[in-house]
Design a binder for this molecule. Structure first.
Ligand code: PLP
Length: 419
């Protein structure tokens, strides 16, 4: 890691990897297979991070590797249309019919940034609403958190984001319909879109209240704004058709990433045909990418979605529930304030007795206990996300035996973490 620190800021190529949220040094991964990864010292870990979500089939899934080998020998990039793009787009649309038309890009950041541009162009408005604790990639407009109070004008939380731009990002607490409504009452004429992680995965795992997403749909429509679901994390995880299917709320635009690339860099934004037709070259909203729709990435995505049948999805979801119920039982037996939940193959836990409905609630959990629990788990060969504010992920490769081993190790880890 010292060589890495000399070469990269904080020794990493994406900040959470540095273990800043839990202290200590990250391990250096050398190999993955199924539910497991190995580090440079040959330590083995059962992995619940899965490259932050994409690896829904597990590491080095044979179907993905075969698809990559097949595609690779034909060339790695063409920069001109290929049939693979159509195949993957068809697969996405079959699962998410509201994504009538889409554009492939290479990262979630590009997808959200472009979807926001489309929304601003379609409405001729400059502001948008996001929710405290939701992460939508690192484009300037999204690097804004809520200030104090129920809802407030945005303040940039990264230097380098101009105040003038940050002021166009309005924020409200997640699950707070009243705060969202007041933003519309104050700024409705200028709000282009509501941007939301329909199930939050970037402030820990926080499901929406039953009324929240329908209320956002209603508010957006009533005020002539677009509803944009950022399903980069939830897409093909909370349900085969993502959160839109799970909650029965249809957004105008959707952003996707992670699972649709099966571990290679793919993301997409899409939705209503009339909106997507505004994108260049059909329309004037400019957006482009040298490696967009890259054949290797498309092949990995096709292999992943082909294998992720509704039955496989149901099976991973059932195992995720077993993991979460096991964790609840362990915490209850040990008398530790704890809350955990899952939807599909996404899960989360907090050391806090009451349910977590917002980022503020999440910050009120016992973070010091989480840090100790994280390290005690890692020492016992279970790799959880190195932050109390991240969701966990399961894959088709996490079988009953991995879950049983995990629960036994996490039971010991919790005992050790409490000291
Ligand atoms: N949106 C959500 C909900 C995410 O979880 C992420 C990344 O974790 C992004 C957008 C950004 O995606 P990327 O890291 O591919 O730029």
């Amino acid at each position: 890691m010292s060589r890495a620190r000399e070469l990269f800021p904080g020794g990493v190529n994406s900040p959470v990897r540095a273990f800043g949220g839990v202290g200590g040094e990250p391990f250096v991964a050398v190999r993955g297979e199924g539910a497991r990864i190995w580090d440079a010292d040959d330590n083995e870990y059962i992995d619940y991070v899965l490259s932050w979500g994409p690896l829904v089939l597990g590491h080095a899934a044979p179907v993905v590797l075969d698809a990559l080998r097949d595609a690779m020998v034909r060339g790695t990039s063409f920069g001109i249309p290929t049939g693979l793009e159509i195949t993957l787009a068809d697969m996405i649309r079959a699962r998410m019919p509201h994504v009538e038309m889409l554009r492939f890009v290479s990262s979630g950041t590009e997808a959200t940034m472009s979807a926001l541009r489309v929304a601003r162009a379609a409405t001729g408005r400059d502001m948008f609403i996001k929710f405290d604790g939701c992460y939508h990639g690192h484009a300037d407009s999204f690097l804004v958190k809520a200030g104090s109070g129920v809802a407030t004008l945005g303040l940039p939380n990264s230097p380098g984001v101009p105040d003038a731009l940050a002021a166009l990002t309005l924020t409200a607490p997640f699950n707070d319909i009243e705060a969202t409504d007041s933003l519309f009452r104050a700024h409705g004429e200028r709000v282009a879109a509501i941007f939301v992680e329909p199930v939050v995965g970037n402030a820990g795992f926080i499901p929406p209240d039953a009324a929240f997403l329908p209320a956002l749909r209603r508010l957006a429509s009533a005020h002539g704004a677009l509803l944009i679901f950022d399903e980069v994390m939830t897409g093909f995880r909370v349900a085969p058709g993502g959160a839109a299917e799970y909650y029965g709320v249809i957004p105008d635009l959707t952003t996707l990433g992670k699972v649709i690339g099966g571990g290679l860099p793919v993301a997409a934004y899409g939705g209503r045909r009339d909106l997507m037709n505004s994108v260049s070259p059909s329309g004037p909203v400019y957006q482009a990418g040298t490696l967009s729709g890259n054949p290797l990435a498309m092949a990995a995505g096709i292999a992943t979605l082909s294998a992720l049948t509704p039955d496989v999805h149901r099976c991973i979801a059932a195992r995720t529930r077993v993991l979460v119920e096991g964790l609840r039982a362990i915490a209850a037996r040990r008398g530790v304030p704890f809350t955990a939940d899952s939807i599909g193959s996404m899960f989360g836990l907090f050391f806090r007795a009451e349910p977590v409905r917002s980022y503020a609630d999440a910050r009120g959990a016992d973070l010091a206990l989480f840090r100790r629990f994280f390290h005690a788990s890692l020492d016992r060969g279970v790799y959880l996300a190195p932050s109390a504010f991240e969701a966990g992920f399961m894959s088709a490769a996490h079988g009953d035996s991995e879950i049983a081993i995990t629960l036994q190790r996490l039971d010991e880890a919790l005992g050790a973490a409490r000291g």
